[in-house]
Design a protein around this ligand. Structure first.
Ligand code: GAP
Length: 555
């Protein structure tokens, strides 16, 4: 746009013109009359230019915000791996050196999602409960722990290689001679037993060093520290001890992206009860419907059945009340964070499939793209571990109950979840596309790596200043980003793709009205809210404490 001076009857008149292309020619089209004074004309032209900039952007926003229909998309595991790498969620570890089989690095978005997932787990299982406390044990501990737990002697798999396609994998002892290659159906060659615990030497002088292990599960530190925790935290049965952190297994063939890796994280609870004590929370299991696949159904090759967990307990399909209760709680945790119920089922382990310590085991399985696979285990470990540690440490693991009697507690249920598998569940269930084919990652706001993106509608100083102040204020509490490049539509799309639930725009009305718009990722609806209320409203929106439409003035 440019100013044009016209002299009419000896007087100067100023106009604002715009160059418009018509075929091969460029025409100068009049837009506004600016008066007779040059200085005045320049001021007016400036204001008009700004307004037109804004109007164009507002038009663009409205167009991009025409209601979009969002549909779930099913990715296979490789496509998810590529998406995670492309967008900064997960990389092969040290990719510049070609990666390292079974090891992964969580990138700038993945590390946030993983942290939010773990925080949410801790809040739900520890902070919100009166009967569970947490610990954070060592990764390398006294190797006696692993002798007592049976991991040195019994934590063994059989390494096999397919004679036809050379696929390397592991099978359980009970599967030797019974199973064929899961890739091509060929015969397996038995390569013998192997223990998946990583070993290391502790101590710098070789002769004095001690052969130790990187923990293959977090659970054992809970048992080893059980007495101290119970005394220090003054816990009475029933109570739980939770732990999350790294575990390591030297898997023969780490595969399927994060599903089976050599370094992973677990979130586990050992819930201790006095033998025979009934679970007082069974009412909470009523109305929790899940697909159930018990040992009997599997033997008879029947299909899993959708059942109320409470009924499954009453019908003795799941025998112990505590088992039912913890399955219901864990399923609820996933659903509360946006996972899709139809992708979950529970499956009982067959008698020849259970771990060396387990009396009865159920898994929550998730429908991964590769098929139904274990997501979380629920083993009834009885008093196996405390008995073993009592025997190996020669220290009593009994505690005094409320009736002043010494008791050795039982773990009737150990919910044990892999962080990376949960990460995959939330990513798969969130991955969607809108009608334009753009990716919308519909992560629950609590899990989303970035809670909000703040945009000035145009790159002008007053808008940038307001945006800066908002970002500084919100950053005190949330992980938010400032995004000023590209069209507004592009900025929305970029944030939808990585799951940012809210986009805050400083628009033409903001400087005067001291308000902004918030756009909801999943509905693309927008509300106006006062800047002074923004932090509180965003907090309520993230925590799901207020409906989006009620959080401000709907536009
Ligand atoms: N303390 C019991 C225990 O460790 P598990 O079934 O061997 O039981 C529990 O492991 C959970 O840990 C699994 O359900 C899975 O979510 C996760 N997990 C186990 N091995 C894994 C691996 N190699 N990679 C990723 N996650 C794994």
């Amino acid at each position: 746009m440019h100013i044009v001076k016209k002299n009419i009857s000896g007087h100067d008149y100023y106009y604002l013109n715009k160059s418009v292309r018509e075929g091969n020619k460029v025409k100068s089209v009049n837009i506004a009359y600016l008066g007779k004074d040059r200085a005045e004309a320049e001021k007016k032209a400036d204001e008009i230019r700004k307004k037109m900039d804004r109007d164009e952007v507002v038009k663009e926003v409205k167009e991009s915000e025409k209601k979009k229909e969002i549909k779930a998309v099913n990715l296979n595991i490789e496509e998810m791996m590529n998406f995670c790498k492309r967008k900064g969620f997960v990389y092969p570890s040290a990719e510049i050196y070609g990666g390292f089989g079974g090891f992964w690095d969580f990138a700038h978005l993945g590390s946030e999602l993983k942290k939010n997932l773990k925080d949410s787990w801790w809040k739900y299982h520890v902070h919100e409960r009166r009967d569970v406390v947490g610990i954070d044990g060592a990764i390398i501990t006294n190797p006696k722990v692993w002798e007592a737990s049976g991991h040195v002697g019994s934590f063994v798999d059989i390494a096999v290689v397919c004679k036809k396609c050379k696929n390397k994998t592991k099978i359980d002892k009970h599967e030797v001679g019974k199973v064929k290659c899961d890739k091509c159906g060929g015969e397996y060659e038995n390569k013998g037993e192997f223990n998946p615990m990583f070993t290391t030497q502790v101590g710098p002088i070789k002769e004095d060093s001690v052969l130790s292990y990187l923990r293959p599960e977090t659970a054992q530190l809970i048992f080893a520290d059980y007495k101290l925790v119970q005394e220090n935290a003054r816990l009475q049965l029933p109570f739980g001890i939770a732990q999350m952190g790294k575990s390591f297994r030297n898997e023969i063939s780490p595969r399927e992206f994060l599903f089976r890796s050599r370094e992973f994280e677990q979130m586990e609870i050992e819930y201790f009860i006095e033998e025979g004590i009934k679970c007082p929370y069974m009412e909470e299991c009523k109305g929790v419907d899940i697909l159930i696949y018990d040992e009997n159904m599997q033997k008879k090759e029947k299909k899993p059945e959708l059942m109320d967990l409470y009924d499954a307990w009453k019908k003795k399909i799941i025998k112990t009340d505590w088992h039912v209760y913890w399955i219901a709680k864990e399923f609820e945790w996933f659903l509360n964070l946006g996972a899709k119920a139809e992708n979950f089922r529970i499956r009982q382990h067959g008698s020849d499939e259970k771990s060396h310590y387990a009396i009865d085991t159920w898994d929550i399985e998730y429908k991964f793209p590769m098929g139904w696979r274990e997501l979380q285990g629920f083993a009834n470990r009885g008093n196996f571990d405390l008995t073993q540690h009592q025997k190996y440490s020669k220290k009593s693991m009994e505690i005094v109950n409320e009736d002043n009697k010494k008791v050795l507690a039982n773990v009737v249920c150990e919910p044990s979840l892999g962080v990376e598998r949960a990460f995959l569940v939330f990513m798969f269930d969130a991955y969607s596309q809108n009608e334009k084919g753009e990716i919308v990652l519909r992560l629950n706001p609590k899990l989303a790596p970035i809670k909000a993106a703040v945009f000035p509608i145009v790159k002008q100083e007053e808008y940038i200043e307001i945006s800066d102040n908002i970002v500084d204020d919100l950053k005190k509490e949330f992980n938010v980003i400032y995004d000023k490049s590209g069209s507004i539509g592009r900025r929305y799309a970029r944030n939808d793709e990585v799951g940012t639930p809210f986009c805050i725009t400083i628009d033409d009305k903001s400087p005067k009205n001291k308000d902004v718009t918030i756009r909801d990722r999943d509905t693309t609806k927008q509300i106006r809210v006062k800047i002074k209320d923004l932090r509180e409203i965003l907090r309520d929106l993230i925590n799901g404490e207020i409906k989006f439409e009620k959080a401000g003035k709907l536009i």
